[in-house]
Ligand binder design. Structure first.
Ligand SMILES: [Zn+2]
Length: 175
């Protein structure tokens, strides 16, 4: 896993709500891109975004072959806290921020599925072309932070107190 060194001034002020099991797949499973229906605002390019777990497990997603393969292939991962929670107690992750990623960029999915193999979907929702958000530098939190209510915008703005807590844990975890 690659991480960037955080300057003490780095503050995490935005979050993205991603349902289980997709959220830990982003943080520890190498899932990139994130599939969405529209592009984030240009101001978010290159910015750190907290990954927030809004709800309990989506049963259909647990059966997705990409998730199944990830669960089978990551038993040797050094970091186990979120995996353990995900495996044994997914409800405990509800509302929690489990890590931080960087929004490296984004693009429309190429017709015919010729980009972002594996995690990139061609369509989002009911037939709309997907936007692929390229995620970089995932930092899993040593201890999930929250709970916070989720929001739909990508990304959404953390309240000041939530941003403080997320930023503190980011700096603790990135070292
Ligand atoms: Zn793509």
């Amino acid at each position: 896993m690659t991480t960037t060194l955080a300057s003490p001034a780095t503050r995490v002020t935005r979050a993205m709500s991603v349902r289980l099991p997709w959220s830990p797949a982003i943080i520890v499973g190498g899932k990139t891109p994130e599939n969405r229906g529209r592009m984030p605002g240009e101001a978010h390019r290159g910015k750190l975004v907290a990954v927030h777990v809004p709800t309990a497990v989506t049963p259909a997603a647990v059966r997705d072959h990409r998730i199944t393969r990830w669960l089978q292939c990551h038993h040797t991962q050094v970091w186990t806290r979120i995996r353990d929670l995900f495996d044994r107690e997914p409800e405990a992750l509800k509302g929690m921020v489990i890590g931080v990623v960087r929004f490296a960029g984004w693009h429309h999915a190429l017709p015919g599925g010729f980009c972002c193999p594996d995690w990139g979907d061609r369509e989002y929702g009911s037939g709309r072309p997907a936007v692929h958000i390229d995620l970089a530098d995932p930092v899993p939190f040593r201890t999930p932070v929250g709970p916070f209510p989720g929001k739909l915008p990508v990304p959404w703005k953390l309240g000041d107190t939530a941003a403080d807590r997320v930023t503190d844990e980011y700096h603790r975890s990135v070292r």
